[in-house]
Design a protein around this ligand. Sequence first.
Ligand SMILES: [Zn+2]
Length: 95
Amino acid sequence: MPEELLDLVVVATMKCPKCVPTMELVWDTRDLPYTYKGETTLISAVTGDFCPGCEEAVLDMAESARVSAAMLDFNKQVNASIVDHGLRHTLVRQV
Ligand SMILES: [Zn+2]
């Protein structure tokens, strides 16, 4: 099932698409762990509907935009640090 359809199912039922029909979502504010290329960060104080059965979270438009922006920022940081490592490696080889 495409991601957009899964979101619609969640909105219609307020139940987790992975745990339906056993899990009711819980409105909560949490720190959301996010991993990119092996590096992990915490996106702080994310408010939305969380599934008690798995890691699934359903966020409203504003909150999901904020979380996406935080993830993109983190991706940039990770990519920048990978470029750093690459440069250092090149310098070492030149010496
Ligand atoms: Zn779930």
